[in-house]
Design a protein around this ligand. Sequence first.
Ligand SMILES: [Cu+2]
Ligand SMILES: [Zn+2]
Length: 182
Amino acid sequence: MKMIRSLLGAGMALALIAGADSHAAQKAKAKPKKATAAIQSRSDSHLTGKATFLEVDGKVTLRVMISGAEPGTHAVHLHEKGDCTAADGASAGGHWNPSQENHGKWATAPFHHGDIGNVEVGANGKGTLTLTTDLWTIGGAPETDVVGKAIIVHAKADDFTTQPTGNAGGRVGCGVVKAPRK
Ligand SMILES: [Cu+2]
Ligand SMILES: [Zn+2]
């Protein structure tokens, strides 16, 4: 009799755990959050583009599309200030670096949270880039939130070693990351 009761108890505990699990799963499937940046030309370039950030299940996926760019390799970063007003993009400040690390290559420590990497631009002036990470959020904690930062496209490639900029040259494109109003 005692054994039966303890088995019943174990069964109820399992049912409770299963219930808690499905509740958590429901919460995780909340509506994806979205933010965008319209990339405008800077430093007399002809570059334009769009960046889209989508947060799903704790990960943010960034898609960048640019056109009108010089063929070749261009650095792309998130810079700390969402301010593209300067004609040379300098108003966006330095690389977004909430973890106070050295500049580097994405996913190879040390690197800035804004060190997205390089985009290859073809002879048609177009290039695309995709990145998925759990280091960023859309509207989360300040040290993870991409909203209010600026996405910058540079004239040159990022060498991933020169401090603190990657020696990527001038700023030829700039867009402020904004979350649409709910
Ligand atoms: Cu940059
Ligand atoms: Zn950097």
